[in-house]
Design a protein around this ligand. Structure first.
Ligand code: ATP
Length: 264
């Protein structure tokens, strides 16, 4: 039996996942796994459930069926005596600290400064000292090209700058898993490249596992090890970006790609 520290254990594993909103079944019998350090891009038509998958991993949505494992440990439910039993809030919180997410709409706290946004979770969730968290926050602000914005409030920054702060905030937790949900969709086209370059660098210089939802084909091609195409709540095709993007074998795939991706 593999243990959670076994390198063969997937970092993220979906087993027979079902997600419904009322009568709307968005994901059904969804099975996939992501290995440590792997960067996986999810693509699919609007409404196919890509964002929902990320939100389930972040425990922002309630899982209505099946199981999600992080490092081999159940994130929301485990099977016990043939029954599906919820894990304790404490167990869930422990796993959650390993996961960071960057959202389309930045989701920064508007009443806090940039620095306060970044140090909040490291201090209150990880128990870091204020000095340690602050030093790391300044270094991350340097890394995302905003060394002089620590004392500003998010709403005084441009969208691209706010997204860079959001990336710094996610990285401040040293996440094992980074979830990127259409992080450039709300940005002016001229700043999209800057934000993606920061993420390319994160991909190049860390071993963080990434689950990415994006319409930016070049970015997906550059950073992903694997692309998974979703439709009807299931994976319909998966493979290397070269395979999926450059040589779509079926006409259906070709049409599908031209509908959902843009080359930026
Ligand atoms: N909170 C919610 N309440 C009810 N239905 C929801 C909720 N969130 C998502 N849905 C529904 O779930 C389905 C999948 O939505 P989701 O946002 O995951 O799709 P997506 O593939 O990310 O789409 P897009 O590419 O347009 O962002 C949609 O039908 C959506 O209406």
């Amino acid at each position: 039996m593999p243990t959670p520290t076994d390198p063969e254990v997937p970092v993220i594993e979906f087993v027979d996942v079902e997600k419904r909103f009322g009568d709307n079944i968005v994901l059904k019998d969804l099975n996939f796994s992501v290995r440590r350090g792997e960067r996986v891009t999810l693509i699919g038509p609007s409404g196919s459930g890509k964002t929902t998958i990320l939100r389930l991993v972040m425990t922002l949505e309630e899982l209505t069926g099946g199981y999600i494992f992080v490092d081999g440990e159940p994130l929301t439910h485990r099977e016990k005596d043939g029954k599906r039993v919820a894990v304790s809030p404490k167990e869930q919180k422990k796993l959650r600290t390993r996961i960071g997410m960057v959202f389309q709409q930045f989701n920064l706290f508007p009443n806090m400064t940039v620095l306060e946004n970044i140090v909040e979770a490291p201090i209150h969730v990880l128990g870091q000292s204020k000095a340690e968290a602050t030093a790391k926050a300044h270094s991350l602000l340097e890394q995302v090209g905003l060394p002089d914005k620590a004392d500003q409030h998010p709403l005084s920054l441009s969208g691209g700058q706010q997204q860079r702060v959001a990336i710094a905030r996610a990285l401040a937790m040293d996440p094992e898993i980074l979830l990127l949900d259409e992080v450039t969709s709300a940005l002016d086209p001229e700043v999209v490249g800057d934000v993606l370059n920061i993420l390319r660098k994160v991909a190049d210089t860390t071993n963080v596992t990434m689950l990415i939802v994006t319409h930016e084909m070049s970015f997906a091609r550059d950073v992903s090890h694997k692309v998974m195409m979703f439709d009807g709540g299931r994976v319909i095709e998966e493979g290397s970006p070269e395979k999926i993007f450059s040589d779509p074998s079926q006409e259906r795939t070709k049409q599908f790609l031209s509908a959902v991706l843009r080359d930026a």
